[in-house]
Design a protein. Structure first.
Length: 277
């Protein structure tokens, strides 16, 4: 049995300026996206569309697209993640305290809301740059899991979102301060390994070969949905929601449409692209 290390959430204090570990994980996520995005340009179909000249034709790709997609995506994550948390997890509370929706420093972000925010941002980006929507989404999703992994490390450092109580004989069972004396699953690490590292490896290898437009995105939706659904069996559900229908958590129920939608998208993309050939 292990004890969660008491890590100061502030990584560096420079006078009145406090740099938090969680902020550094967001910074790492952005850096990893840029790093991987530039390498993603070497994958087809993007490699044959790369043109960095001032008079690049409509629909071409360049390093600037990586930077712009990252900026639009971050905005989508922040806005969508916050709105999603308020709607999915505490709708009654925020309906009676609407101004607190803007208090993002108090915490409360939803991955599924952030995903919807990113999709909305990519709709705008694809339209404004005259690029096929699914081509844009397919470009970005293989670069996302490393950012998710960084975020889970931030959760672990902060000792938040711990797992369910486990048997004391589990060697890596961990006591989290503020959650009683019983050992729990370090579910943040499980999610780091599953929806972070494992999903990244699978998606990156899958996307290295040119796929039918929309299928890389479908693989992400299905892969994340299945891995997050699995990890939720070890994660403590939110106290104000607890378990919902069929003994599942809110996170699991939100994964169901991701998995089904991803499967439908993969089949649709396969059929659509076959009809175009």
């Amino acid at each position: 049995m292990l004890i969660h290390p008491e890590i100061n959430p502030v990584a560096l204090q420079l006078g009145p300026l406090a740099i938090h570990w969680y902020g550094l994980t967001y910074l790492a996520a952005c850096g990893l996206f840029l790093f991987l995005g530039i390498r993603r340009l070497k994958h087809q179909p993007y490699a044959r569309l790369v043109d960095s000249s001032d008079k690049a034709p409509t629909g071409s790709w360049s390093k600037r697209d990586v930077e712009d997609i990252l900026f639009a995506g971050v905005m989508g994550v922040i806005v969508g993640g916050r709105i999603g948390y308020c709607l999915f997890y505490k709708p009654a509370y925020y309906a009676s305290h609407p101004l607190e929706i803007f208090a993002i420093w108090q915490g409360g972000m939803s991955f599924h809301g952030g995903m919807l925010g990113v999709i909305a941002a990519m709709v705008w980006y694809a339209y404004s740059r005259k690029k096929p929507f699914w081509q844009v989404i397919d470009f970005g999703v293989p670069c996302v899991p490393t950012g998710l992994a960084a975020g889970r490390i931030g959760n672990f450092i902060n000792g938040e979102l711990p797992g369910r109580v486990t048997d004391p004989s589990l060697p890596w069972g961990m006591v989290f301060r503020g959650y009683g004396d019983a050992p729990r699953h370090p579910s943040q690490i499980y999610q780091f390994l599953l929806e972070g590292l494992l999903l990244f490896v699978v998606l990156w290898l899958y996307a290295r070969k040119e796929r039918k437009e929309g299928q890389v995105s479908a693989a992400f939706f299905m892969g994340y949905g299945v891995l997050r659904f699995t990890a939720e069996f070890f994660r403590q559900p939110d106290a104000h929601l607890n378990y919902l229908s069929l003994g599942l958590t809110m996170g699991q129920w939100l994964c169901v449409p991701m998995i089904l939608g991803g499967a439908w998208l993969w089949l649709w993309a396969n059929k659509r692209n076959a009809s175009l050939n």
